[in-house]
Design a protein around this ligand. Sequence first.
Ligand SMILES: Nc1nc2c(c(=O)[nH]1)N[C@H]1C(S)=C(S)[C@@H](COP(=O)(O)O)O[C@H]1N2
Ligand SMILES: [Mo]
Length: 384
Amino acid sequence: MINRRGLLFAVGSASICSPLKILGADPSRLLTHGLVPHNAEPRLNDLVRSWITPNDLFYVRSHAPVPEIDSGSFELSVEGLVNRPFKIRLGGLKKSFTKKVATATLTCAGNRRIEHSRVKKVGGVPWQAGAIGNAKWGGCCLSDLLRKAEVMTEAKYVSFESVDQIKRPTGVIPFGASIPIEKAMDNSTSMPGALVVYEMNGQPLPADHGFPIRTVVPGYIGARSVKWLGKIIVSDKPSANHYVATAYKLVTESTADQWAAASPIQRFVVNSVTCLPASGVELKIGPLDVSGYALPPGDPSRTIQMVEVSSDGGGSWVKAKFTSPARPFCWRLWKTTVQLTRQTEALLVRATDSVGQRQPESVDWNLKGYLFNAWHRTPITIRS
Ligand SMILES: Nc1nc2c(c(=O)[nH]1)N[C@H]1C(S)=C(S)[C@@H](COP(=O)(O)O)O[C@H]1N2
Ligand SMILES: [Mo]
């Protein structure tokens, strides 16, 4: 499929038929799973180049077309179990609340789904390992907005509602999420529990990433970071939105009982991926430079402590060096050199966090292919 910027690489089965709009991400630099709604991820060799992911290389996951919003008149509403509900424009948000810039990794719960599908086929966007990125998010602390609104004592959850329009078999719905009130109000560390964001890496939030306003919830799966945010609703219950009540749960069968019994996924899990070399390449016997990313679990007290790579199927492991800091909620880039032998069939990588929790060798299959964090395997061929 050709567009005016050159070749598009369609890696999914999604058909690409709509005219292209450049909306922040650069489709010519991304593997495109679909254009409307836009779903795309960077190639792993591009992704591993910098600790901060440039906006045009940041994965995009949208369930509907980007809504058209006039940022001058657009109002964010804070409502529900609060004494003083209010509405605020982008200008007001910038003026009335202290600006906070925080670095946090965003990752889709479906990252690495394509590997999950090899165990047994799953539906959904067939993500490789690029549905992850690390950005400097600029905005204000959700807790500051909630304090201004005066949260009532009955409050247990804070829900986010978007203004996008997602077509579902049951009708058109907005995207939604909710987080516990403790997470929403958390201001205990240098990292706020949640941010109301209007800047990404020093730029106004690109349209694809939620312009003019989105939430970013450090440590939680990407689905809790709601783009094109229209409402913040304080409640005594979690959101009834489809993306909280049904999707983003770990189930093995689509039965009403299973959906009801499972709780919504919130935190992401410890993970690591080899980005270089690419999967399937032909290489010579001898030393090989390897690099990639590792993600701590979304727990404020944990960071990445160790990354190990094996070129002999897990018989021996080489410890990688880190090229970025150990921080909660942020990925950590690593590199090392391994020896390839005639027997090498693949590279394996596994990460361990600061309390000694190691990535599992394999994971239980789930229907939607979420939270895949088995040891990452890069098959290679030895040149004879
Ligand atoms: N309004 C809205 N917010 C959304 C989504 C969406 O489709 N609509 N997708 C969610 C999902 S599943 C992910 S992984 C992240 C992706 O954020 P990004 O596109 O900025 O990378 O946004 C989340 N927020
Ligand atoms: Mo996602």
